[in-house]
Ligand binder design. Structure first.
Ligand code: ATP
Length: 238
């Protein structure tokens, strides 16, 4: 397992956002986390990557307990994540944004950074915009660029929190293709509300409900799971 949590719990004053979450993610898998609004998905990945301190429980990455490590130390060990808020540098060209991210992983080795930047650029559906200012890209393209910046760090665990939110349909298709092309290279943990995306890219799904794991299974199993359907219908979701 590249990632394991045991008893992971987050209590805010009056609200239990996660309760005793046991979670196992095998290396190489593309896993989706789904669940109704407020189910605790963002809190859960926040604890995994170290942005949110756990109330109790453990997070292990690559067999080592990282519960006490700050986020930047977890990044050094090979986690990367993108969140709902875009973090591109608008005043820099697309290429330079990716090079900056690549430098985080590769340091000052200029040739390696250039090679990595070119490699990531050719994978993105926006490679023809390499010399444009990032701030001039559409919102959807900025999200794709952000994913490229994550990739440039060569993560062994890539966490994406609602990556398709706000994307146009054609951009969602580009996103699906990009994630599928990463299948063999890295482990992906994806919080996603768009069920079409989940069913298309996830190999395995974990459903959170009221801060707890409600179900784990393949897309087919989750689709057929009565408790999952109930959780979604009960919260007014389709
Ligand atoms: N900083 C906070 N202080 C207090 N309560 C919080 C805080 N952050 C989250 N919560 C609560 O914890 C619960 C889980 O929230 P979380 O954002 O993790 O859910 P989510 O599944 O990601 O929701 P969504 O799908 O709407 O993004 C919710 O009841 C939320 O109101």
């Amino acid at each position: 397992m590249i990632l394991t949590t045991r008893g992971l719990t987050k209590a805010y004053a009056g609200v239990k956002a996660n309760t005793d979450v046991d979670f196992d993610l095998p290396a190489g898998q593309t896993r989706a986390i789904i669940g109704p609004n407020g189910a605790g998905k963002s809190t859960f990945v926040g604890m995994i990557c170290g942005r949110i301190p756990a109330t109790r429980g453990t997070v292990s990455f690559d067999g080592q307990d990282v519960t006490a490590l700050p986020a930047h130390k977890r990044i050094e060990r090979g986690m990367a994540y993108t969140f709902q808020i875009t973090s591109v540098f608008p005043g820099l060209p697309v290429r330079e944004n990716i090079a900056l991210a690549a430098r985080r992983g590769l340091g000052r080795n200029k040739a390696a950074v250039r090679a990595k930047t070119d490699e990531v650029l050719t994978r993105l559906s926006i490679s023809d915009r390499a010399d444009q200012m990032a701030g001039d890209l559409s919102y959807g393209h900025q999200r794709i660029l952000e994913i490229g910046m994550g990739l440039a760090q060569e993560p062994r665990l890539f966490i994406l929190d609602e990556p398709t939110q706000g994307l146009a349909e054609s951009e969602v298709e580009d996103f699906n293709a990009l994630i599928k092309s990463l299948d063999a290279e890295t482990t992906i943990l994806l919080i996603e509300h768009n069920m079409n995306v989940v069913m298309e890219v996830a190999e395995y799904i974990t459903v959170l409900d009221q801060g707890m794991v409600l179900a784990n299974g393949t897309p087919q199993e989750i689709r057929a799971n009565a408790a999952v359907q109930e959780a979604y219908l009960g919260s007014g979701h389709a």
